[in-house]
Design a protein around this ligand. Structure first.
Ligand code: TXA
Ligand code: MG
Length: 326
């Protein structure tokens, strides 16, 4: 089992050495934990694909310590600069035209003329990128097609024997993968909803953005794949419970019934987790993957999930829930 080490200057330096030597590091970020390698080193990047069982046509995000560090790698137009100014460091990934001279491994970009870039807000992530001195390619640190990890323990359980070290930096504060916006063409297109909403992005851009899958074809290879799936079947928008189902609640369950005539509120603690008793979407996002992981491990035949409002952060939560249920 891989060592989980608390992030501090010494462990970050050790992790940076592993990165420079071509190894894999579990890296905390504010969205989810990443599986990081030197983005310039094709052999190191190949280990990411092998560890995750990820198809090679699905490109990775490159992580930088500052917007300025992206300069040699990608073309940032005025739109990209405005979004960087407003949302970086943070939970936003931009798809930009790759520069001719960009030294990133072709495996990272899956041979595309574009590159996905993000400046994470988590202090440990930025310290690690700076110490390594190279951009870090990092997908979410989970086997391909399963739930993303929001704690070092999730990473250790599913990929523990495949990476060299996990830097522990607490639970991921956001809890959902970054918003992905494609700026490689004339129309700004939302490829993956996240904590930074389409409304917030179009407010900065001063024009509406198109939504992939609704207004335009899906352009993110990863969005086509089965994703974020627990082992246990999921039933969405539950208004009451079938007997034996576990409940992933949102808001009060005072008035929820079970089909055998009893009340959801009187079920054993083990059978119910609440994303947010107060109905707070930020709290629900931060709890989502951890609670799905936890209920998944308890062996119930199905997980019923109460409905989440389709506004603001709720759009990203519902996107992940639909994928988990498909
Ligand atoms: O929050 C996050 O974004 C986390 C943390 C670790 O930064 N990373 C993450 O990576 O979620 P991953 O690999 O699980 O998701 C990256 C998504 C995939 O859907 C991939 O297809 C898409 O970004 N992507 C990457 N490069 C792309 C490109 N050039 N064009 C279109 N989509 C791209
Ligand atoms: Mg992922």
């Amino acid at each position: 089992m891989t060592k989980i080490i608390a992030a501090n200057p010494a462990s970050i330096e050790k992790a940076a050495q592993i990165i420079r030597a071509g190894g894999l590091v579990g890296m905390p970020t504010e969205t989810v934990y990443g599986l990081a390698a030197n983005a310039l080193d094709g052999q190191a990047v190949a280990k990411i694909f092998a560890a995750k069982g990820r198809p090679a046509f699905n490109p990775l995000i490159s992580h930088f310590a500052s917007p300025r560090a992206i300069e040699p790698f990608a073309h940032m137009d005025e739109r990209a600069k405005a979004l960087a100014q407003k949302f970086w460091p943070g939970a936003l990934t931009m798809i930009l035209p790759r520069k001719e001279s960009c030294p990133i491994s072709d495996l990272v970009t899956a041979g595309l003329p574009t590159i996905a870039v993000r400046v994470p807000a988590h202090k440990t992530a930025r310290a690690l990128i700076e110490a390594a001195g190279v951009p870090l390619a990092a997908p979410s640190a989970n086997p391909s097609g399963t739930l993303s990890p929001t704690s070092p323990a999730h990473v250790a359980h599913t990929l523990g024997d495949k990476l060299d070290l996990i830097l522990a930096g607490g639970s991921s504060a956001v809890g959902l993968e970054s918003t992905v916006i494609d700026l490689s063409g004339e129309t700004a297109t939302l490829l993956r909803p996240g904590a930074i909403t389409a409304e917030a992005l179009s407010a900065v851009l001063g024009q509406p953005i198109s939504i992939a899958g609704e207004d335009s074809p899906i352009k993110s290879p990863g969005q086509l794949l089965k994703h974020y799936a627990p082992q246990t079947p999921i039933r969405l928008n539950a208004i009451d419970l079938e007997e034996g189902e576990a409940l992933l609640a949102f808001g009060s369950i005072k008035f929820m019934g079970v089909k055998n005539g009893s009340a959801a509120a009187s079920l054993p603690d083990n059978q119910v987790l609440n994303l947010s008793e107060e109905g707070d979407l930020h709290e629900a996002a931060a709890n989502l993957f951890g609670m799905l992981h936890a209920l998944d491990a308890r062996g119930y035949p199905r997980i019923a999930v109460m409905s989440i409002p389709e506004t603001g952060l709720g759009i990203a939560i519902n996107d992940r829930l639909k994928r988990a249920a498909s």
